[in-house]
Design a protein around this ligand. Structure first.
Ligand SMILES: [Mg+2]
Length: 219
């Protein structure tokens, strides 16, 4: 039997709200975070540089405050749990690969009682109430994204026969091109279409669930 893996982006995909953006908007009150965000979206800077610039905008904030905010404001796609149950019942692994921050992914998985392996950037809460961000999965040859999802996908190739990718944003463009089946929306959908890479449009996880069932993807 083929070994199958679903790689799922977090912000804007598994979590309909972009938690990274919301956390930034809520806590980084001092400084021009909007120009950082625009430079990232225009491709002028990568997420590593965006995070370095943005992390200096956080001040006087504790881990507990941020976690409380994520717990109250964060949510995952209401159709995700059913999709996840389908995958696990068919022995298909699911992993989250995110260019966001580990603490809010951890917080939201806990909130919904989900135990899913994730790969993300690390938020370090310093004792002087500042925040620094580390990139344990960066690719030193490229150094654009904080988390190089392409490297992670390439490493999983050794263990899986079929890799399904689900995403929506800039950091998904590279890895999605090397997946066997792609579900895309927003920027990712537009960019893949422009590049001529086949992908399936999705709005939420009920679309992917139905596609899996109709096309017997996991059988
Ligand atoms: Mg995303």
């Amino acid at each position: 039997m083929d070994k199958k893996l679903v790689i799922c982006d977090f912000d804007g995909t598994m979590s309909p709200k972009d938690m990274g953006y919301r956390v930034l908007k809520h806590f980084a009150s001092n400084g021009d975070w909007e120009s950082i965000s625009k430079a990232y979206e225009a491709g002028i800077i990568g997420s590593q540089e965006a995070y370095r610039k943005a992390s200096s905008l956080y001040g006087n904030v504790t881990k507990e405050e941020m976690i409380r905010y994520v717990e109250s404001q964060g949510e995952i796609d209401p159709f995700f749990p059913e999709f996840y149950t389908l995958c696990t019942s068919k022995k298909c692994d699911v992993k989250i690969v995110s260019d966001g921050l580990d603490f809010y992914i951890h917080t939201l998985l806990k909130k919904y009682g989900l135990d899913i392996e994730y790969y993300a950037n690390s938020a370090c809460f310093n004792s002087d109430k500042t925040l620094s961000i580390e990139f344990p999965h960066k690719n030193i040859e490229c150094n654009l994204c904080g988390n190089c999802k392409s490297t992670i996908l390439r490493n999983f190739r050794k263990c899986y026969d079929l890799i399904i990718y689900i995403g929506d944003g800039y950091s998904d463009i590279c890895p999605a091109q090397n997946a066997d089946l792609v579900f895309a929306k927003e920027v990712l959908y537009e960019k893949l279409k422009a590049k001529g890479k086949k992908c399936v449009y999705f709005k939420n996880f009920t679309n992917i669930y139905k596609y899996f069932r109709t096309n017997t993807i996991l059988d």
